[in-house]
Design a protein around this ligand. Structure first.
Ligand SMILES: NC(=O)c1ccc[n+]([C@@H]2O[C@H](COP(=O)([O-])OP(=O)(O)OC[C@H]3O[C@@H](n4cnc5c(N)ncnc54)[C@H](OP(=O)(O)O)[C@@H]3O)[C@@H](O)[C@H]2O)c1
Length: 269
């Protein structure tokens, strides 16, 4: 049972969800609203943000603000800063990501750079912006989204996995630096999740492992419940077991090969 009052006291009064218009991000927005925080919703599609904001403000009696922009731009953080300057952002959830699936050289270089911008550069800059304010208040939370593909090299999504590894290592380091200063940092290392983006990527099969996808609701609840308890969480028991095997029982070279086999079956037609 979540203690909503203490969650709001620690991470309120506003949360900013980057990548909030659908999938896991929209689910973060709803769960955070249910815990009593006001919301800044960020994504490109303004109409989706508007309908989500209307729904959540009516359902949970919260305030909302939408910032429609592309997080893969150099001025994105400056624009977010201008749009939130008078708000007390106590919780930052960076959920947006870009994933260029396919053989490395078959994707334009721009796609790989876009992955680095959207998945690593922009969250770093947003953390830099909001963590200072959190320190001044002596409280706050930061949640980054990562992927099981980041625990080793992952063929056909190599740059995406590398950006997600950046998020894991960054969050762990900041967790240790800041845990005595009232600012909780968490990285959520997720397996496959049934989101519009994942379904649109049309994975052919899951490499013979059966359907291991989980729902956004489970990811978000496990992540928010883990915030303040440790540097990372892996949602879902099966994902925790499989990642334990991959990281601690298989030699790294075998783990890389095994992940490559799965991804080849999923994505290389
Ligand atoms: N789904 C999975 O199987 C899975 C597995 C492991 C980890 N994850 C991680 O979980 C997170 C969410 O994944 P997801 O599958 O829900 O979908 P996603 O496509 O990664 O992101 C969805 C949200 O991010 C926004 N977004 C994407 N690029 C953006 C950009 N350049 N600027 C602004 N907003 C942007 C999208 O809104 P707009 O299109 O409206 O901008 C949407 O609201 C990601 O970080 C992903 O890496 C997902």
């Amino acid at each position: 049972m979540v203690d909503k009052a203490s969650f709001a006291a620690r991470y309120g009064s506003w949360a900013l969800v980057a990548g909030a218009s659908e999938g896991i991000g929209a689910t973060y927005a709803e769960e955070i609203a249910a815990r009593g925080l006001n919301l800044v919703l960020v994504a490109r599609r303004a109409e989706l943000l508007q309908s989500l904001a209307s729904e959540l403000s009516a359902k949970y009696n919260i305030e909302t603000r939408n910032v429609a922009l592309d997080l893969d731009t150099t001025d994105a953080v400056e624009r977010i800063s201008q749009n939130t300057s008078e708000l007390e952002i106590g919780l930052l959830v960076y959920n947006a990501a870009f994933s260029a699936i396919g053989p490395f050289l078959e994707r334009p270089l721009e796609d790989h750079i876009k992955e680095i911008n959207t998945n690593a550069f922009t969250p770093l800059r947003l953390i830099y912006l909001f963590a200072r304010q959190m320190f001044t208040r002596g409280r706050g939370g930061i949640v980054l989204m990562s992927s099981l593909s980041a625990f080793q090299g992952s063929a056909y999504i190599s740059t995406y996995a590398a950006t997600k590894a950046f998020n894991i290592v960054l969050a762990e380091g900041l967790w240790e630096e800041w845990r005595e200063r009232g600012v909780d940092v968490l990285v959520c290392v997720s397996g496959a999740v049934k989101t519009p983006n994942y379904v649109a990527s049309q994975p052919e099969q899951t490499g013979g492992l059966g359907d291991m996808t989980i729902n956004p609701d489970q990811v978000v609840k496990e992540a928010l419940n883990a915030l303040g308890k440790g540097p990372y969480v892996i949602p879902g028991r099966v994902n925790r077991i499989s990642s334990f095997v991959m990281r601690h029982l298989l030699p790294r070279k075998l783990a890389v090969k095994f992940m490559g086999e799965i991804l080849r079956k999923m994505y290389v037609k």
